[in-house]
Design a protein around this ligand. Structure first.
Ligand code: 13P
Length: 360
């Protein structure tokens, strides 16, 4: 692995766990280390320190009938230690809707937990880190959408899923990184408003030659870091060493990054495609996205892969630790239980249902 990865998070040591036996801790630590498959970054000592937390979270989940959903960008101890479902935002919104359990704990940023509440309003949705936002979601308000609709009456408004419930409630259809082109192709008319990601809106305009796309000005603070120039530099230097590099990027990146990429897709699509190519012999990848995707590729590949370049960590996604999950399961604070106005849920639900309908 050549990629520079952030340090694995140490437990903060601020929450008590029951006294599990030495053998229980050893077995759990080995399970974690084997699943994460990065023995240097996630060494046995760290996994032993995490083991009482994962054991206790899994026990409480079973006892309380909680379905624990984690986005791919959560740290590997959450993804491989305690999550029941891990995927991209489209799949997770369907899993939240379809889970039979009455309580969902969503380990991720706020807009994803709100989405779970919108698609399953009768369930209790716990969000361990209420302060975990998103630069895209926090960069646009419901009033901004109302102003756009007034300026362009009758033009359908498409929102990326990285938006608050209040913003979704003002929009006609929601999209994600795995379906934004497909859904927008299916919309009637020759114009649409796309909020809030300006880069994704630009790709959409390129893909939809027969429609005009009016784009809002937001961006993801993680994916905006990458440039086509940086990727070209890495690719040229790899070429000089005879390395056949596959570059994979997320559509929240700018157009010059996508132009340099061999594969573009959601966090789940990138992971699955890297695993598929690895099984056919490809070894060298550059993942131009948040570091969580690299963690998943490393954990789920049976091959010894070279991940080249530098991923960028999302501080919001990474603000949740196992201890926050345990605390929210034991005794959730009011701000860790997602509550939304009934009329916001109803309107935002129509926006999400339209996405599910257009994807059928
Ligand atoms: P995915 O749907 O691809 O997981 O993307 C969510 C996200 O916020 C990416 O930055």
């Amino acid at each position: 692995m050549v990629i520079e990865m952030p340090e694995a998070p140490l437990p903060r040591g601020k929450i008590e766990t029951p006294a599990y036996s030495g053998s229980e801790i050893e077995e759990e630590a080995l399970r974690l280390q084997e699943a994460i498959k990065q023995p240097m970054r996630w060494d046995l000592e760290l996994c032993r320190a995490l083991a009482p937390l994962t054991l206790e979270i899994n026990r409480l989940k079973r006892e309380q009938g909680v379905f624990l959903i984690a986005h791919s960008y959560q740290t590997p101890d959450i993804v491989y230690g305690v999550a029941d479902s891990v995927a991209d935002s489209y799949s997770l919104s369907k899993d939240a809707r379809d889970a039979p359990q009455q309580t969902i704990l969503f380990s991720s940023v706020r807009f994803m937990a709100e989405t779970a509440k919108i698609v399953s309003p009768h369930k209790t949705v716990l969000h361990p880190s209420p302060e975990a936002g998103c630069s895209l979601s926090d960069g646009i308000s419901a009033q901004d959408v109302i102003d756009l609709k007034e300026a362009h009456p009758g033009v359908p408004v498409v929102c990326y899923i990285n938006t608050s419930a209040a913003v979704k409630a003002e929009c006609d259809v929601c999209v994600t990184s795995s379906n934004y082109i497909k859904i927008c192709e299916r919309l009637p008319g020759d114009r649409l408003i796309f909020v809030p990601d300006r880069f994704m809106g630009k790709h959409l305009q390129t893909a939809l030659s027969d429609k005009e796309v009016l784009v809002y000005g937001g961006e993801c603070e993680v994916h905006a870091n990458f440039t086509g120039e940086k990727i070209r530099t890495w690719r040229n230097s790899m070429d000089d060493h005879g390395v056949d590099l596959v570059v994979m990027s997320h559509p929240e990146c700018d157009a010059d990054v996508l132009e340099e990429s061999d594969v573009v897709g959601s966090s789940e699509i990138l992971k699955d495609e890297a695993l598929r190519m690895a099984s056919k012999g490809q070894r060298d990848f550059m993942l131009v996205t948040e570091c969580g995707t690299a963690d998943r590729v490393l954990a789920e590949s049976d091959e010894d892969l070279n991940l080249i370049g530098a991923c960028v960590m999302c501080r919001h996604m990474k603000s949740t630790q196992l201890e926050d999950i345990l605390q929210a399961l034991r005794d959730p604070r009011a701000d860790q239980v997602i509550e939304l106005d009934a009329d916001v849920i109803e309107s935002a639900r129509m926006c999400l249902d339209e996405m599910f309908r257009l994807m059928d």
